[in-house]
Design a protein around this ligand. Structure first.
Ligand code: TRP
Length: 438
């Protein structure tokens, strides 16, 4: 690892990892999954899983990456030479392809909506027209493919320029801006007629709606939202300098990620209830609700341009982290240069992306397969790797490498060794069963 590949400032490392975490997962996926799974009760389970399961996994991924100082596949090879643990990295590469393929389609829609806002085609539509527009967009392969390819070119451009220059610069300034914009939109949304119904959907738990499926979806969403379970954060961990405190960085990222997802909920559900959009209408939820808010506010067109543009950027920083997994794999595996690795990865990911743009069933299959199966499976093996291969001493030494003490280390270790694998195992068995037989 070259020295310049390490982030030199604390805020730099957090900003980049937060840039990976915060994305369409928070603003597009979280509300639609929450909407499909009954609302507030799902939110509670999601919070529980985020703290008890996802946070320890994130800390674990960071430490493994930094300890090896290598991207994900090479990291497991180095830390456990001549063993099969290496397949964690390989499955991460596979998973990155799967996620990128549908993720970039949604990022493409977002870019298209930015374009529509700029040319004024998104303003003054009524609820029916807004919802028709989404359905037309999502079901038109040419539109989906065109915008998805534009997004992919943007990603290739940023990644080809390297870690430091490409990513760090953008996410530090733009994410706080996104946060401010979301707060403004939340205020407008909760002052719409009937907004209280939407807030109550989000905040008033009805545990009878908490199906086993919802519990599993909450786990998958917690992993998806934090970019864990497939090595993206392991790769980023390898860029974090030894001076930094991994557990506090991870905690900061979890908090930021949660705030953005929660605000997305506050922004979307009051509006959905106010305009009669069903909260369980699926992946289109954010696209069929938000334009209504823009129509109802002063400077709506500008707000709409800025919001969708910032969402594109949030999506880009997330896609980049997935793409980085492919590029660093190609580089270390085949000994090729960065540019070549970028070109090969782009061509392949666009090819898989086209399949998702054409077939909505492949789109949802990949969406569910990645979050509900591949990420939990990846996380399961990543956390097992810690007690089995690294052991308590080495992981403690890595987490305290900067000379401070991690006072909750024993809690972390207990979660990683027992609770996390056991919880994932149970939910996983249930999910396979469900998938095969129901
Ligand atoms: N976390 C991102 C989001 O919420 C998506 C993402 C980026 C991701 N990298 C990942 C998800 C790695 C899973 C694994 O939008």
């Amino acid at each position: 690892m070259k020295q310049q590949d390490k982030f030199n400032s604390k805020i730099g490392a957090i900003a980049v990892a937060a840039g990976s975490a915060v994305g369409l997962g928070n603003i597009w996926r979280f509300p639609y999954i929450l909407g499909e799974n009954g609302g507030a009760a799902f939110l509670l389970i999601y919070i529980l899983f985020t703290i008890l399961i996802a946070l320890p996994v994130l800390i674990g991924e960071f430490s493994i990456g930094r300890m090896a100082s290598l991207p994900v596949t090479a990291a497991f090879k180095k830390l456990a030479p001549n063993t099969k643990w290496y397949f964690i990295g390989l499955s991460g590469v596979f998973c990155a392809f799967i996620i990128l393929s549908f993720y970039n389609v949604v990022a493409g829609w977002t870019l298209y909506y930015t374009y529509l806002s700029i040319v004024g085609d998104l303003t003054d539509l009524n609820q029916t027209e807004i919802s028709e527009l989404y359905h037309q967009t999502a079901s038109d392969p040419a539109t989906c493919i065109f915008w998805m390819i534009l997004i992919s070119l943007g990603i290739a451009y940023v990644v080809a320029r390297g870690v430091q220059n490409g990513i760090e610069k953008y996410s530090k300034v733009l994410m706080p801006l996104l946060l401010i914009l979301m707060i403004i939109l939340c205020v407008r949304s909760i002052t719409l007629d009937n907004a209280s119904e939407g807030l109550s959907f989000l905040l008033n738990p009805d545990f009878s709606k908490l199906t086993p499926d919802a519990i599993f979806a909450a786990l998958g969403q917690a992993f998806f939202s934090l970019s864990i379970g497939m090595g993206a954060m392991t790769t980023y961990g390898s860029y974090i300098s030894k001076k930094q405190n991994l557990h506090s960085s991870a905690t900061a990222i979890v908090i930021i990620d949660f705030i953005i997802a929660f605000l997305a909920g506050v922004m979307i559900f009051p509006c959905a209830f106010s305009y009669g959009v069903s909260p369980d209408c699926g992946p289109g939820l954010v696209f069929v609700t938000l334009p209504n808010i823009f129509n109802q506010m002063f400077g709506g067109q500008i707000m709409s341009i800025m919001f969708f543009l910032l969402l594109v950027i949030a999506a880009l920083t997330s896609s980049i982290s997935l793409f980085e997994v492919l590029v660093s794999f190609a580089k270390t595996q085949f000994g090729i240069g960065r540019t070549k690795a970028v070109i090969i990865s782009s061509v392949l990911s666009v090819a898989v992306g086209i399949i998702c743009a054409i077939s909505s069933s492949t789109f949802s299959l990949f969406d569910n397969l990645s979050a509900n199966i591949l990420l939990p499976l990846g996380a399961f093996f990543i956390v097992l790797f810690i007690p089995i291969v690294l052991g308590k001493k080495r992981i403690k030494a890595e987490l305290e490498a900067n000379g401070t003490t991690f006072s909750l280390f024993n809690v972390f270790y207990f979660l990683v060794k027992y609770i996390v694998p056991f919880a994932i195992f149970l939910l996983f068995i249930y999910s396979i069963f469900n998938w095969l037989f129901i």
